[in-house]
Design a protein around this ligand. Structure first.
Ligand code: OGA
Ligand code: MN
Length: 291
């Protein structure tokens, strides 16, 4: 396929996705995403052509800012460059799947875990996750596969791992702060958050510390490094953001959001903008790209 038809096809696919998502009325930043997806892909400037006019982008940025204010709560002093990088690299799409699609995904995830006789694990308190079971799955039903195709088109440029990670976190389970191992996971993590609202906290970390653990033995069998305890005293990195992950939303955490921040899912009762958020049992379905 020559370059121009490849580009046209990409535009067409993206227009379709945007239309579907807009129907659900909650799509944050269509234009921003469109811009990033296409600009990410190549250094060729032709790809910038599909960006909308400045006026549209500004309008979109305003909508985006309003939505993000509702869903992102920044704490402490953020250096402005880091904050704009973060806003570019952490994308949140509410209502990414419908209730029916959620039921369908959860049913297949549960069936897979049941067949593998998976039990919730509570025993290793020093692991990054507590109160969970997890499995990786390659073959999905055609309806669910369609959802993953949509995620792959939106979130990844290339090299998506063939398996999808199912993580079933019990109501009292938590994900402690950690950065996914660079040995097994590339620059992008896209996660569908199902069954409950919850809060994901992303806290600035010193990348150098994690760079060392890439080669080291600081990893458990599930490829997550131990939760980080460094930087607790380091004021330079003392800022974080709470992201309200509503049931059925998709997050895409890439580049700076993936490497410069640890991520965690807070325990059962937490507050977001002074409102209590009760996390119940949660199933997340996560796609990653290759390291
Ligand atoms: C993980 C993780 C996030 C999520 O499995 O490493 O951070 O959304 N999961 O469940
Ligand atoms: Mn993780």
């Amino acid at each position: 396929m020559n370059f121009v038809s490849c580009f046209r096809q990409q535009r067409f696919i993206f227009a379709q996705i945007c239309q579907n998502l807009k129907k659900r009325n909650r799509f944050i930043s269509t234009f921003r995403l469109q811009h990033e997806l296409i600009c990410d892909k190549t250094t060729n400037s032709l790809h910038h052509r599909c960006c909308s006019s400045t006026a549209q982008l500004n309008q979109c940025d305003q909508d985006d800012a309003t939505n993000r204010n509702k869903l992102f709560k920044f704490h402490n002093e953020w250096p402005s460059t880091i904050k704009s990088e973060f806003l570019r690299d952490m994308i949140l799409l509410e209502d990414f799947v419908s209730e029916t699609e959620e039921v369908q995904l959860v049913a297949e995830a549960e069936k897979t875990m049941k067949r593998a006789r998976m039990r919730y694990q509570y025993d290793h308190w020093d692991d990054a996750i507590h109160g969970y079971r997890e499995i990786e799955k390659v073959e999905w039903s055609p309806e669910n596969e369609q959802i993953f195709q949509k995620i792959r088109q939106i979130a990844f440029v290339a090299n998506v791992l063939p398996h999808v990670h199912i993580l079933d976190l019990a109501a009292d389970g938590i994900i402690k702060p950690h950065v996914d191992s660079s040995r097994y996971c590339g620059s992008t993590i896209a996660g569908l958050s199902l069954l409950t609202d919850c809060i994901m906290r992303l806290k600035r970390v010193d990348e150098n510390e994690y760079a060392q653990s890439r080669e080291g033995d600081n990893e458990n069998a599930t490829n997550r490094p131990k939760p980080n305890i460094q930087n607790e005293e380091n004021k330079e990195f003392d800022y974080f953001v709470d992201v309200l992950l509503k049931r059925r939303s998709l997050y895409v955490m890439k580049d700076s959001a993936r490497y410069k921040f640890s991520h965690a899912v807070l325990a059962t009762k937490s507050t977001f903008n002074d409102k209590e958020v009760i996390k119940d049992r949660r199933i997340s379905i996560i796609c990653r790209n290759q390291a």
